[in-house]
Ligand binder design. Sequence first.
Ligand code: PEP
Length: 256
Amino acid sequence: MSRRPLMAGNWKMHKTIEEAVQLANALKEALAKLNDRDALVCPPFTSLSSVSEILKGSSVFLGAQNMNDNVQGAFTGEVSPVMLKDAGCSFVILGHSERRQYYSETSALVNQKCRLALAQGLTPIVCVGEKLDERESGKTFDVIKTQTKESLNNLSSEQLKSTVIAYEPVWAIGTGKTATPAQAQEVHSFVRQLINETYGESVAASVRILYGGSVKPDNIDSLMAQPDIDGGLVGGASLKAGDFVRLVNFQVPCNC
Ligand code: PEP
């Protein structure tokens, strides 16, 4: 089964509203027509509405970088999935390693958020990834298995098909160190196999698994040439229009 590639830009805590609008305008123009791939930008909460206005009618989707695990209530400083939909989002990043590391988010919480996002009609992008010491001590597959199973716990087949997974080795995020295409492929294939064991081949074949960790214009083509890499979750290189457009326009060598 062929999966539609997805290039997702995570703008993290960058860009004022004016800067976000400028970048969104540039992307809208450069990515006017996308026939065989999806592009997504995830600005900070403060810019969502303004960027949404710009992207209306364009090929570029809008997402958020996090959400609360409640629909509404007394949760000072938090943003609910209903508010994200209201602001024009169709995607939400969940369990990014920065949230796991700095805000103590557990896979159990990510799972709660994931199920709520799906119930509210948002497509979750669920992040998993091992730290450097875990890789170096041979624990990569154990960590990925635990995070994946716990974060996606109790999803139905239909829900899983509407979920995107992002494999982001923590040691590669914002460090300039990218996993080699072979290292990334090995983990992507492992995650797909995990899905296969629980949900069967057709669900496993349809779930998009993105790679994240210092994705750049000069490594995107070789990453996308891997059979189980279906796109990228991109931080730094999504902040410049030219770089992100190049990532969206990745080319894989034809085997024909
Ligand atoms: C990310 O934000 O998820 C990420 C992978 O960042 P970078 O591309 O800068 O490594």
